[in-house]
Design a protein around this ligand. Structure first.
Ligand SMILES: Cc1cc2nc3c(=O)[nH]c(=O)nc-3n(C[C@H](O)[C@H](O)[C@H](O)COP(=O)(O)OP(=O)(O)OC[C@H]3O[C@@H](n4cnc5c(N)ncnc54)[C@H](O)[C@@H]3O)c2cc1C
Length: 410
């Protein structure tokens, strides 16, 4: 037997890479080191069903012990890798031991961005990344009178919805001028703001938090730069994530807000690959982008495995994402960022609509609420570079599926 392929990080991306390596025909050992004590689990329910007490912890596990035994993948949970040594083809564990490897995948994920203001470390101030974080926030929601969520992004809004569903008074403080400002179109931001207002959440935009005020070590209020104070006994901070790229940085790999990879998950070191939240992807035009999604983690993991086997498997599919808030399932495909026109199908007032975004007449993204069929169709259209016309989208009698059959050009 030769040296193993070592995967650092037992999350979505690390697991996908291991699974794909076996599928690609790697016969020798595969070892995954994961700092958490759990087998790889799904994070999306941590701010949705699990936080609401509707999804049990056991259902979060992506693959159980049987799978690892069957695929001969050694899962070393609760093992942290403290360094990688590219020249020696080895990794160092936090107990000081070393292990040689035939190839290396970095899949170390990301961590919540810290607030970095006075009071950020008070008891009752939490952020959400792990199963334990979610369990802790859930328990605190039950004891809280006033929940303040800092950050009107997906995780913050999902936590706000969960806390509201559990009967708490909830305020969301967003520094920018609209909710979901970095990821959604103004129309979707407005819809989401109305959705939360309708459920009694007070979402305040342009609210720059300046400090958290405590009493006996526990948070009591959140203050904003304009002098307002909001009572709080639970503060959930959802202000984005930071890539865990320190191992790569220390080893001299190119990093810029993440480990820089190409479409095939290759890093600047030909023997090292990276996948998932820890990466920043360099595109053909030189631009860098970071995606934090299950799709990205899985696809980059598969591409890393293929690359280790000497194959190019570029990941070019349209990005997609979802979010559950109250009874609204929001699904996004492609992007709305550069859109010059949008067309609506369905009814926003009835929580059942799709917004199709165009640039220069070409479909670039689709956001849907409670229309999963449109979401799946949008992904197919985007991946095939097919565009409906605005008239076709706006005509409820036109069946957009026809476009797939005829292959209308974009
Ligand atoms: C609350 C929440 C809700 C989300 N909701 C959605 C959603 O609705 N839809 C969606 O598409 N995405 C969602 N995401 C994002 C999605 O879960 C992530 O993009 C995905 O989990 C990334 O997978 P990953 O394998 O890159 O990282 P992770 O899942 O974070 O796994 C990385 C693992 O590496 C471990 N690790 C780090 N450093 C080391 C080391 N030195 N040694 C050993 N192990 C190490 C970490 O402990 C971690 O377990 C959500 C994320 C969160 C936190």
């Amino acid at each position: 037997m030769g040296e193993p392929i070592i995967i650092v990080g037992a999350g979505q991306a690390g697991l996908a890479a291991a699974e794909a390596l076996r599928a690609e025909g790697w016969r020798d050992e595969i070892v995954i080191y994961g700092a958490e004590k759990h087998a790889p689990y799904n994070r999306p329910p941590l701010s949705k069903g699990y936080l609401l007490g509707e999804t049990p912890a056991a259902q979060l596990t992506i693959r159980g012990a049987e799978f690892f035994a069957k695929k001969r993948i050694e899962l070393c949970a609760a093992h942290t890798v403290s360094a990688i040594e590219p020249d020696a083809h080895s990794i160092v564990l936090d107990d000081g031991s070393r292990r040689q490897c035939a190839g290396l995948v970095l899949a170390t994920g990301s961590r919540p961005r810290e607030l970095g203001i006075e009071g950020a470390r008070l008891s009752g101030v939490a952020s959400l990344r792990t199963l334990e974080d979610s369990a802790e926030i859930g328990a605190r929601i039950d004891r809280a009178d006033n929940v303040v969520v800092i950050g009107g992004g997906f995780i913050g809004l999902e936590v706000a919805a969960a806390a509201r569903k559990r009967g708490r008074s909830v305020i969301v403080l967003e520094a920018m001028d609209r909710l979901l400002a970095r990821v959604a179109s103004p129309a979707v931001s407005e819809y989401v703001a109305r959705l939360h207002a309708g459920h009694g959440v007070h979402a305040i935009t342009n609210a720059k938090v300046s400090r958290l005020v405590g009493e006996n070590g526990s948070v009591r209020a959140v203050e904003t730069a304009d002098g307002r104070s909001f009572p709080a006994d639970l503060v959930v901070v959802g202000v984005g994530a930071v890539a865990n790229d320190e191992l790569a940085r220390s080893a001299g790999l190119a990093c810029d807000r993440g480990v820089i990879v190409d479409a095939c998950s290759r890093t600047s070191d030909p023997a090292i690959f990276a996948a998932g939240d820890c990466t920043a992807r360099r595109h053909g035009d030189g631009a860098l982008s970071r995606l934090e999604s299950v799709q990205n983690a899985v696809e980059q993991g598969k591409s890393a495995a293929a690359a280790l086997m000497g194959k190019d498997r570029p990941f070019h599919a349209a990005p997609w994402f979802w979010s559950d808030q109250y009874d609204a399932k929001l699904q996004m495909a492609g992007t709305s960022a550069q859109a010059d026109k949008a067309a609506l199908r369905g009814s926003m007032a009835q929580n059942h609509f799709s917004l199709f975004y165009f640039r220069g007449g070409k479909l670039i993204g689709v956001d849907t609420v409670n229309r999963p069929g449109d979401h799946m169709l949008a992904r197919k259209l985007l991946d095939a570079s097919l565009s409906p016309t605005i008239e076709q989208v706006s005509n409820p009698d036109f069946d957009l599926k026809n476009l797939l059959a005829v292959g209308a050009p974009a």
